[in-house]
Design a protein around this ligand. Structure first.
Ligand code: 5BU
Length: 276
């Protein structure tokens, strides 16, 4: 077969996935020449919308924590969908599900946020075991949605290391129709593969948070790397940037757009260097 996924172009990797969201992510990245996801962690719906409208041209994905909003109303979803069509990007709700299959299926489809109805991508902690994937996929797979497992975290002292990370990759391998990748700090190619596992054409998307150009961390355990460290050195596919772009003032949308453009350029340059 051909070279490893990390040496292939995003476009060439579309065929490695059966899941429609995984294909759409890779196609969007390639079309916009952006492997940047912006994480918009603000508490007011109007700030969320104006930041997304400002950074939209530079991203392949917007990552939300929809439960942070103080003024959430389901009519917001239509406005979010309008922005994703206007700027051509996908939504990733960083929900970090972590319960039994039956409960996560209800949390994913119901409640005030009805995440599965609008978020193309969401994520889950592997801690409950494979039943969490079965619960979420019973809701998400018929809608063409996709899941990432949290195999590693960006925080100091994270417990998601070693055997835990290896087991997360094994769990994903058993559910490749719905689990399209990981939140991780590294490309964990073939990690923990057993002789009976056919990993010849195995490809997972690696989305990585903890990216910043101007700081190495915050006062609450977050640790930052540069886009080049994540994409070139560690083989990650999509960089997730939050405060490095939207900063502290939710009204300074012009500055955010300029910063997003810079992260997009650095992320893309690191990718071109990687596949060269
Ligand atoms: P920041 O402002 O760039 O530090 O925001 C990072 C975002 O990524 C924030 O929404 C976190 O919830 C999210 N995140 C993270 O920082 N580290 C992780 O390991 C995971 C998620 Br998983």
């Amino acid at each position: 077969m051909s070279s490893k996924p990390q040496a292939q172009s995003y476009r060439a990797r579309v065929k490695n996935f059966s899941n429609p969201t995984a294909k759409a992510i890779l196609e969007t990245v390639e079309r916009k020449k952006s492997n940047l996801a912006v994480s918009v962690d603000v508490t007011k719906a109007e700030d969320l919308l104006s930041i997304i409208d400002g950074v939209g041209p530079y991203v392949c994905m917007i990552k939300t924590h929809i439960d942070i909003l103080e003024d959430f109303d389901f009519s917001l979803i239509e406005r979010l969908q309008h922005l994703s069509q206007k700027h051509d990007f996908l939504y990733f709700e960083d929900r970090k599900f972590a319960d039994i299959g039956n409960t996560v299926a209800l949390q994913y489809s119901n409640g005030v946020h009805k995440i599965a109805s609008w978020a193309h991508l969401t994520n889950a902690h592997p801690v409950p075991g494979p039943s969490i994937i079965r619960g979420l996929s019973s809701v998400g797979l018929p809608l063409g949605r996709a899941l990432l497992l949290l195999a590693e975290m960006s925080t100091k002292g994270s417990l998601a290391v070693g055997a835990y990370t290896t087991d997360a990759v094994r769990m994903a391998r058993q559910h490749r129709d719905f689990v399209v990748g990981f939140i991780a700090q590294n490309r964990m190619e073939g990690l923990g593969a057993r002789p009976e596992d056919d990993i010849t054409n195995e490809d997972f998307l690696i989305l990585t948070p903890g990216i910043g150009l101007e700081s190495r961390g915050d006062s609450m355990g977050q640790q930052y790397r540069t886009p080049r460290e994540a994409v070139y050195d560690s083989g990650c596919d999509i960089i997730i940037v939050g405060r490095g772009i939207y900063g502290t003032d939710p009204k300074a949308v012009g500055t955010m757009a300029a910063k997003a453009e810079r992260y997009m350029a650095e992320g893309w340059a690191a990718y071109l260097e990687r596949i060269a």
